[in-house]
Design a protein around this ligand. Structure first.
Ligand code: FEO
Ligand code: CA
Ligand code: CA
Ligand code: CA
Length: 613
């Protein structure tokens, strides 16, 4: 029953309309079921969710907060049993816990937040009626957390003095993973968790100021003036470490204070590889893939057998990266592939007006990446990937999010979500709108399907925003309906027939960007369908749309509804209330006054079965 649609074609379904609702909305003829919510049991011995409590040990066994990346690893031929791999990116304290608990901020609160970060691996099964359920007693089920999961460090930076801490003098083992946004499933079914905004979690001083309170702007000024004196100041200034971000973990846990443990922040900002098929395996931080605010890590086996991983560094004016392994994917011996990501070449992209993308290798000893510029080894190049890429003259992008290769067409799609800070003088061929509130999708084409080639060609697929409002400069192809346009593309997925699906994250300012909720769109990429977009699903009020993931047959689309009830709200206390944006705040999906809104995974299927779209 696999889909027979052409690769790159536009899916056909009755479109939904732009809007904002307390509930989610899916295209007519489709069903959207809640699969798992924050606090639901993951391990067999997990206690039931109790709203309003901070219980770190319970949270270690329950589904974490803010589900983002979703990956599916099939356990049978039919794809009706599998492991769902889920990232838990961050926590939203003001929605999760009642005011008294937040005000007193006990250690249990920070520890519960640490336990709500990381990942979940849980077995799911499709019942005879088509619905998916979690298998709670499965031995595959595990939580990976920022609080307790030990991880190995491998690759060029492993063991380097800058990776050493008092708890880990060898610099090879770290507790936990932070801010896992998107990720990837490799062709050999390992689960890649990308560490994105790791800087939020660290506190401390980068300079000698004894002022009790300094704003992020003060710190930025100290960094710019060269007044920062911390031993990792140049590095931490570039990544924004200790410049504020809201978490107070460093008050309770010393390693999150950069004055008590100066190197700990060097141990985050990596891609973590997990073997979901071995629940006792130790996750590994693969430092050969560089250290930056990794959005995701989607991969494809190149025609010569090497693995190619595409990665965005999601910050305004940061870069697009590619990693090509030295070795090749072993299709007969799965275990032989664990280690593939430790040797290879990381490159950063430079986009030219003539329509080419050049991949510039980040290799110690070449070009400016020498001791003269503070790079004594490949470890230094990886720990300070951004500064190395600055020196090579990489193209500053409008926040690169997901980067998705399409195995059916050989093309690669880059979601550039937005950049409110790009000024008119900073326009270039890729980024011709300044400021860019609406984002765009760039298409890259490797020559002869060679994803390891030194240069690709590039083109723009669509420019986000409402095309009926000329100031947006939005561009969708003719045939896109009044509901078909979107703003702020974030995650991308390619369905089994090779069609592109896009999810959006307009952030807290969504009311000004589109006035409509985030959601899922299908975008045609080939022939007459190219650049036409159609709206399939939208999230409940205040949420962001993450994690689009198809089962191998294409008959189920899993999506992750992140932080319902928060974006667009000025505050959220014990009671849901309308915000100044007339946002009908929601208690989705429980709609129970005693339960806060909960991030949840949703399974979407066609009524009566068959491929989505
Ligand atoms: Fe966590 Fe770049 O979105
Ligand atoms: Ca994202
Ligand atoms: Ca993706
Ligand atoms: Ca985003």
């Amino acid at each position: 029953k696999a889909s027979t649609y052409q690769p790159g074609s536009l899916a056909r379904f009755p479109e939904i309309s732009h809007g904002v609702s307390k509930d989610h909305v899916v295209a007519p003829g489709y069903e959207a079921d809640i699969l798992i919510r924050w606090g639901d049991p993951v391990t067999a011995d997990a206690p039931a969710f109790v709203p309003g409590k901070a219980d770190p040990d319970a949270q270690e066994k329950q589904f974490g907060y803010n589900n983002d990346f979703l990956g599916f690893v099939p356990l049978n031929e039919a794809g009706t049993r599998g492991l769902l791999c889920v990232n838990h990116e961050f926590t939203s304290r003001s929605v999760m816990f009642p005011y008294d608990l937040r005000f007193n901020s006990p250690k249990e609160l920070a520890e519960t937040e640490m336990a709500a970060h990381g990942g979940t691996i849980i077995e799911i099964a499709q019942q005879s009626d088509g619905r998916w359920v979690t298998v709670q007693d499965s031995t595959y089920n595990r939580r990976i957390t920022a609080r307790s999961t030990a991880m190995d460090i491998s690759g060029p930076a492993a063991g380097h003095p800058r990776m050493q801490t008092s708890a880990d003098p060898a610099g090879t083992r770290v507790i936990g993973t932070l801010n896992n946004c998107a990720g990837g499933i490799t062709p050999y079914n390992s689960y890649l968790m990308a560490e994105e905004n790791f800087h939020f979690y660290f506190r401390g001083k980068l300079d000698d100021s004894d002022r009790l309170w300094r704003t992020a702007g003060d710190l930025e000024a100290a960094c710019a003036a060269g007044d920062a004196t911390h031993p990792e100041a140049r590095n931490y200034c570039r990544y924004g470490v200790a410049m504020g971000g809201g978490y107070d973990w460093g008050r309770h846990v010393d390693r999150f204070d950069i004055n008590k443990e100066p190197n700990e922040a060097n141990r985050f900002g990596w891609v973590v590889e997990v073997d979901p098929l071995d629940p006792t395996s130790t996750p590994v931080k693969r430092t050969a893939l560089g250290r930056f605010k990794h959005e995701g890590a989607e991969s494809i086996t190149n025609r010569d057998g090497r693995l190619v991983i595409y990665m965005g560094d999601d910050q305004r004016f940061d870069y697009l990266y590619r990693f090509v392994t030295d070795g090749t994917v072993n299709e007969t011996d799965r275990a032989a592939n664990f280690g593939l990501l430790d040797t290879g070449v990381l490159s950063v992209a430079k986009f030219s007006e003539d329509g080419t993308v050049t991949w510039m290798p980040l290799v110690h000893g070449t070009g400016p990446l020498t001791a003269e510029n503070g790079f004594d080894s490949q470890a230094d190049v990886m720990i300070e990937t951004r500064r190395a890429a600055d020196l090579l003259g990489a193209t500053p992008m409008d926040r690169p999010e997901d980067v998705e290769p399409n195995p059916k067409t050989g093309k690669v799609y880059v979601a550039l979500t937005n950049n409110s800070k790009r000024g008119p003088a900073q326009r270039d061929a890729v980024h011709d709108r300044a400021p860019n509130y609406w984002g765009l999708i760039v298409e890259m084409t490797p020559p002869d399907g060679d994803h390891a080639a030194d240069s690709f060609s590039w083109d723009i697929l669509v420019k986000g925003g409402d095309p009926s409002v000329p100031v947006t400069g939005a561009q969708f192809a003719e045939g896109t309906s009044a509901n078909g346009w979107f703003a702020c593309p974030d995650n991308l997925a390619v369905d089994p027939s090779g069609r592109l699906w896009v999810t959006t994250d307009q952030g807290g300012g969504w009311a000004q960007i589109s006035g409509s909720a985030d959601g899922v769109w299908c975008v045609g990429t080939e022939g007459e369908d190219r650049g036409i977009s159609a709206m399939f699903y939208r999230v409940p009020a205040g949420a962001e749309m993450c994690g689009p993931c198809f089962t191998p047959t294409g008959d189920t689309l899993f999506v992750a509804v992140q932080h319902p009830g928060t974006d667009g709200a000025l505050a959220f206390d014990e009671h849901a209330r309308a915000s100044d944006f007339e946002d009908p705040m929601t208690r989705w999906p429980d709609f129970n006054e005693a339960t806060p809104p909960r991030p949840s995974v949703v399974a979407i299927r066609k009524e009566g079965g068959g491929p989505i779209g």
